[in-house]
Design a protein around this ligand. Structure first.
Ligand SMILES: *Cc1c(COP(=O)(O)O)cnc(C)c1O
Length: 368
């Protein structure tokens, strides 16, 4: 069986480094907000090209804290609206709701799966305060168009980079295109911890200072509480482990791009629609997502052939019970995507034989 994602196999590649990093933290006797978090924040800020990176507990908190900080700074208030793609992973939308702002859904482009900039302006009202683009599956959004709309209407741009660590366009990296960005280091993400972890990147020092306080009980100075904050700190252990993996993230991505290229060139089956990409650099292949009319049939066929697949995602946010007021709304492009998508294995430990087998199996689909 070719596993969809063999996390054990992936982390074994880093075994020595991870063990050394763990020992360093164990022996330091300092486990919360110390040298490891500082060091990782510096390295990650450098990686993204931003002035600040702030470690937090997970990717959802990264987005929640950005919006919360803008509220504390008087930029957003309750019931303001934030534009977000209708087909995103639900966390992007939850981060808006959690702050008592209103998510306004915009349909994606069927070929890129990312928010369609042409549809954004029609959804802007006097209450719109931000656009929250999501670089879904690792593919950078059209940030040029999004930023020019944001500029025209004086909106903040908050990138959801949970799936896009290291994607670049013209030398600029994900996390550095807007006013602030949220990253997740959930184990299965491009840069994955051995547990939960996340980060915010920004060039805005006021925002960074506010987030640093909010994530630590709302206190800039110990026992002096400026805000009603939360506890969303990045652990020293996770920071140390992430530092080890960050060094070789670009090598992993290079291998994934080579595999993705083979899929794009060699999968030739009219029943299977392949993702469209603008340039190599813009995609870091968190997921390789194909579309097909009869997804259950394709998935079952692949299972029988020993290839594990996953659906990202089976139910659109507007059809979730958590958002039952939206259940009758129609977002036909998102619904088509959710009906047809299937993610096939793509990670840096796949062998070239496995890749060839996956390609051949997909090309043989429906031939009988
Ligand atoms: C994973 C993910 C998140 C949330 O990250 P967690 O670390 O799991 O909280 C947010 N947005 C997107 C698009 C994601 O894929």
């Amino acid at each position: 069986m070719i596993k969809f994602l063999d996390l054990k196999g992936i982390n074994q590649q880093y075994r020595e480094g991870l063990r050394l990093a763990f020992d360093r933290v164990l022996d330091s006797g300092w486990y919360i907000l110390g040298n490891e978090v500082n060091l990782f924040e510096q390295q990650f800020a450098e990686y993204c090209g931003t002035k600040h990176a702030i470690g937090v507990a997970n990717g959802l908190d990264a987005l929640i804290l950005i919006i919360r900080a803008y509220k504390e700074l008087g930029v957003f208030k309750d019931n303001d609206e934030i534009i977000v793609p209708a087909n995103t992973y639900i966390a992007s939308i939850l981060a808006i709701s959690a702050n008592d702002l209103i998510p306004v859904l915009v349909e994606p482009d069927i070929d890129t799966y990312n928010i369609d900039p042409k549809l954004i302006e029609a959804k802007i009202t006097t209450r719109t305060k931000a656009i929250l683009p999501v670089h879904l599956y690792g593919n950078l959004c059209d940030m040029k168009s999004i930023n020019s709309i944001a500029e025209k209407y004086n909106l903040k741009v908050i990138e959801d980079c949970a799936q896009a660590h290291g994607a670049t366009n013209d030398g600029k990296a994900a996390g550095n295109f807007g006013d602030a960005a949220g990253f997740s280091f959930y184990p299965g993400k491009n840069l994955g911890a051995l547990g939960d972890a996340g980060a915010v990147t920004t060039n805005d020092t006021d925002l960074a200072v506010t987030i640093r306080a909010l994530l630590n009980y709302g206190s800039e100075k110990k026992y002096h509480n400026q805000y009603k904050g939360i506890n969303s700190r990045l652990d020293e252990v996770q920071a140390a482990l992430l530092g080890v993996k960050l060094h070789t993230l670009n090598d992993e991505t290079r291998i994934k791009r080579e595999i993705a290229n083979r899929y794009l060139l060699e999968i030739k089956n009219p029943k299977i629609k392949l993702p469209k990409i603008a340039t190599q650099e813009q995609h870091v292949w968190h997921l390789f997502v194909v579309r097909t009319a009869n997804r259950e049939k394709l998935q079952q066929y692949l299972t029988e052939k020993g290839i594990q697949t996953v659906i990202h995602y089976p139910i659109p946010p507007h059809k979730q019970q958590a958002y039952k007021d939206w259940n009758d709304l129609r977002y036909p492009i998102s619904e088509e995507i959710h009906r047809e998508v299937l993610s096939i294995p793509l990670n840096f430990i796949l062998t070239s034989e496995e890749v060839s087998y996956i390609i051949k199996t997909l090309n043989d689909y429906g031939k009988d």
